[in-house]
Design a protein around this ligand. Structure first.
Ligand code: GAR
Length: 208
């Protein structure tokens, strides 16, 4: 049966759109049960509406702290019977209830553990990579745990940093890689092929 997703986002939602595209093309066995945004101006909400998917806003700015925000967020997620939470440009700290351990995926636009952690999101990441003079960057899909960008890595691939890159050109190259990796990781989850042991994720062969 298709894996049921809650997608959490804060911005334009190109990551969500890519999930829809892969589902519609028949190479991702998933359904998006709900889209939840942390800001009411997130364009990803419009994308959800365009695909007939229920969307809600839990505005981060309405809550004094991470705990109260997460209480409201998880109450919303739990209205839907989802198998997996997929972060798609979600720029807030998420707490992980015990029953969602290894059931939340994130895609990060760099090679974790480099250029990640608090404040490292979206364009800040690409600016930091260029300022550092790194020769490679990339995309990482990982399970979410209690710390920023810290959980077990599911997939990771590099892209080159070119000498004349701007944050925009590097972002485009990295996001193309994200668009390949994230649906593949979700599909592996759907097939029950991600085995987590401590920090390490083993990808099981088909039918194992
Ligand atoms: C993506 O590049 C994603 O990897 C990044 O934000 C972008 C969201 O784009 N996420 C992070 O930086 C999380 N630390 P989108 O809003 O168009 O999907």
């Amino acid at each position: 049966m298709a894996v049921r997703l809650a997608v959490l986002l804060s911005g334009s939602g190109t990551t969500l759109e890519n999930i829809f595209t892969h589902i519609e093309q028949g190479n991702l066995d998933a359904t998006v049960s709900c889209v939840i945004a942390s800001r009411s101006d997130a364009y990803g909400l419009e994308r959800a509406r365009n695909h007939g998917v229920p969307e809600t806003v839990v505005p981060r700015k309405n809550f004094a702290d991470t705990e109260s925000f997460n209480e409201a967020l998880w109450a919303e997620i739990r209205k839907y019977d989802v198998d997996l939470v997929a972060l798609a440009g979600f720029m807030c700290m998420l707490t992980v209830p015990d029953d969602f351990a290894n059931r939340i995926l994130n895609v990060h636009p760099a090679l974790i553990p480099a250029f990640c952690g608090h404040g490292m999101y979206g364009h800040h990441v690409h600016e930091a990579v260029l300022a550092y003079g790194a020769k490679v960057s990339g995309a990482t899909v990982h399970f979410v745990d209690a710390e920023y960008d810290n959980g077990p890595i599911v997939m990771q691939e590099a892209v080159p940093v070119e000498e004349d890159d701007t944050p925009d050109t590097l972002a485009e190259r990295v996001q193309a890689k994200e668009r390949e990796l994230y649906p593949r990781a979700i599909q592996l989850f759907a097939e029950g092929r991600l085995q987590v042991a401590g920090r390490c994720v083993r990808i099981l062969p088909r039918g194992a």
